[in-house]
Design a protein around this ligand. Structure first.
Ligand SMILES: NC(=O)c1ccc[n+]([C@@H]2O[C@H](COP(=O)([O-])OP(=O)(O)OC[C@H]3O[C@@H](n4cnc5c(N)ncnc54)[C@H](OP(=O)(O)O)[C@@H]3O)[C@@H](O)[C@H]2O)c1
Length: 298
């Protein structure tokens, strides 16, 4: 293999997973072209160039690279990648385990999301095959670690503000929260692992625990040590229905509450075998959860 630096094109580089991937790529000596609709600063740093652009009409800054990574919306990337004039022997794209967990959901919007993810994955594989490239799809579970996710960071912010968080007593479905940096490591490995071409991997976190225990650990990591209140499930659902009727809690489909009881568990075995995937156990800190948690300890 030549000793020139490998070159990566990264979409979604400003996102929580994308930022972790940028750091990993640069630490491994890759030259990175990162694309954003609103790039930070005006240029880049050694080994990193930012480019302004977004799907569907962004032009690749160079017609070839060693790997293209997608850490943004998979459906948009898949359409772009299928049409782009880009030669890259490897493509690594993040999808979601929602493809499986929401396929049979009550909510039509959630079922549509699962179908969209499935079609987008198929489009990426097909587009790679047509150009003689190898694609790998990565499906994370519940992502945390960058203090800006829509799940645990949101719970942390509410609890930190109000002093507590309420769950129904049956919120005991199993979860596998996964840290952004473990995902970044898997993406980097996927771009280089011979066995990863043409494959999709679930990327769960390194620990499986009930939803309420996961939330307990989040609260225990916060400076105010908010309390977790468990209320009878019927009472919780009645209160939630009332909040919905009053026009609050928009964007929280009924299925999301029903899923608190469901186990959403995936096997890390294939990713472990092919990518050396070794996700950390769930030990959240305030800095992983809250954007204003202060600087890292010395
Ligand atoms: N968060 C989770 O719990 C979770 C779980 C499973 C799977 N995933 C998947 O993992 C991937 C990354 O998730 P994330 O949470 O890291 O995302 P995120 O923090 O929300 O970042 C999304 C990125 O997508 C880019 N983007 C959005 N619309 C775009 C467009 N039209 N054209 C180009 N770029 C666009 C944004 O870049 P700019 O704004 O800079 O353009 C942003 O950097 C996604 O595919 C997501 O579905 C996430």
């Amino acid at each position: 293999m030549s000793d020139r630096a490998r070159r990566a094109l990264v979409f979604g580089a400003s996102g929580q997973i994308g930022a972790a991937l940028l750091a990993r790529l640069r630490a491994a000596g890759w030259q990175v072209d990162a694309v954003s609709r609103t790039p930070p600063g005006d240029g880049g740093e050694p080994g990193l160039r930012w480019h302004r652009g977004g799907f569907p009409d962004v032009e690749p800054p160079s017609p070839d690279c060693d790997a293209v990574f997608s850490c943004g919306p998979l459906d948009r990337f898949s359409l772009w990648y299928a049409a782009a004039r880009l030669q890259a022997p490897r493509a690594v794209a993040f999808g979601s385990t929602s493809l499986a967990t929401k396929a049979g959901a009550e909510d039509a919007g959630e079922r549509a999301l699962a179908a969209t993810l499935r079609e987008a994955e198929a489009r990426v594989f097909e587009a790679a095959r047509e150009r003689g490239a190898q694609a790998t799809l990565l499906r994370p579970t519940l992502v945390y670690g960058a203090a800006r996710d829509a799940n645990l960071s949101r719970i942390a912010a509410i609890a930190q503000r109000s002093g507590g968080f309420v769950l129904p007593r049956d919120a005991t479905g199993l979860r596998q929260p996964v840290h952004v940096d473990d995902l970044a490591q898997a993406a980097l490995a996927a771009a280089q692992a011979p066995a990863a071409g043409g494959r999709a991997y679930a990327l769960p976190g390194g620990e499986t625990l009930p939803y309420d225990q996961m939330v307990e650990r989040v609260l225990a990591a916060l400076p105010r040590r908010p309390r977790l209140w468990r209320v009878p499930a019927p009472l919780f659902r009645t209160a939630l229905a009332a909040a919905h009727a009053a026009g609050r809690l928009r964007g929280l489909p009924a299925g999301a509450v029903a899923r608190l009881r469901e186990d959403l568990v995936f096997d890390a075995g294939p990713a472990r075998a092919d990518l050396g995937y070794a996700p950390r156990p769930f030990r959240p800190t305030a800095r992983m959860l809250l954007a204003d948690a202060g600087p890292a300890p010395p």
